[in-house]
Design a protein around this ligand. Sequence first.
Ligand code: GLN
Length: 483
Amino acid sequence: MHHMTLAEIARGLADKKFSSEELTKVLLARIAQLNPQINSFISVTEELALSQAKAADARRANGESGALLGAPIAHKDLFCTQGIRTSCGSKMLDNFKAPYDATVVAKLAAAGAVTLGKTNMDEFAMGSANESSYYGPVKNPWNLEHVPGGSSGGSAAAVAARLLPAATATDTGGSIRQPAAFTNLTGLKPTYGRVSRWGMIAYASSLDQGGPLARTAEDCAILLQGMAGFDPNDSTSIDEPVPDYSASLSGSLQGLRIGVPKEYFSAGLDPRIAELVHNSVKELEKLGAVVKQISLPNMQHAIPAYYVIAPAEASSNLSRFDGVRFGYRCENPENLIDLYKRSRGEGFGAEVQRRIMVGAYALSAGYYDAYYLKAQKIRRLVKNDFMAAFNEVDIILGPTTPNPAWKLGAKNSDPVAEYLEDVYTITANLAGLPGLSMPAGFIDGLPVGVQLLAPYFQEGRLLNVAHQYQLNTDWHTRTPTGF
Ligand code: GLN
């Protein structure tokens, strides 16, 4: 049962082959049995899951239908869940039970999804390896000595290990697409503003975006359908109608113009990944697509710009964690300043403290123009590159990551080495564009992803291209041994 995709589960439930309650019990048992190997959950919400599953079964018995009605999922542990710990992977919020549901959580619950738990993540979503979590690192089901990617490593590892068919995640600089690539999943970062950020604990508000992680593009379409839409509670949410994403999966690729940026194939890219990317291009050409070389000349400036903007916004967003209003408070503070200092010093881990310091520095009066303002200007140049490219092509294709998943601990002593791994993903966040990573092969038993980028609100196009690719390849069907 645990091998089924969301689409297969929806058909099985509709045909009364099994109930949501039966399926939920099977998956909860699997989580209990296998999760200790990969550490992908921070909380398992067994009681909630069983009551939601029973309620979904009752709704179906009353004639209701829907692809998510009774479908088991989990939420990255930065989506607020009412009355349930919402830790953001941090000691700071270890004791925090959210007083309300995030919009994404509420929408999926209303559609009948069953929440199995809250998934592990890098602390405050800062990282690319899921090693900065207060709850310990997540292991990659494809090789337990390797990282699953981050920051949504828990969601990715859980889905890859067939503990559940799909999960929510968030992407500030690649945290949906990069773990998808490292664990052989399909992951979609929607257009900025497509999915509400209300109740999603903020890292860098102008970059953060929620989206689906699943095994197939078809399943990403189903989960995105439940997540997307205008939300008056989020002032950056966009009031555009949500298309039927599953209906977008039938388009022909005949004549589709694919742009491959020449800057993607620089010295930093593992040549074996370059080869797999070229293979995926050939596959799409067979389906009728036309390939063209393009250029994104400002790409080289994106990492330095991102690692100014994201920490700057983080330093501001994380100022609310002061030991007074939320979460962790130090023991026996001597005075108010001591309370602030020790609560933050003890509650935040090393990477979070590093980002707060970098951000506060970049925003400080004497340096604002030199760093923050300059980074914002680069951000505009990056966006302009994409706008020019999309005048010529319909999608942009390239590697999701320069290397496959590295060994646990390999980059712990060198944060910049880890930042450099985000080179292909962060530009979409800087520009606010939608991006998808799909399975495209293996290197030494570790999965490799190919990234597709499209113009604003063309999530349907990304999902269709990935779906057509998946109808003609079988990378996405491979299962890690032992799971
Ligand atoms: N690795 C990037 C960072 O650490 C992106 C993380 C994310 O997308 N949440 O900031």
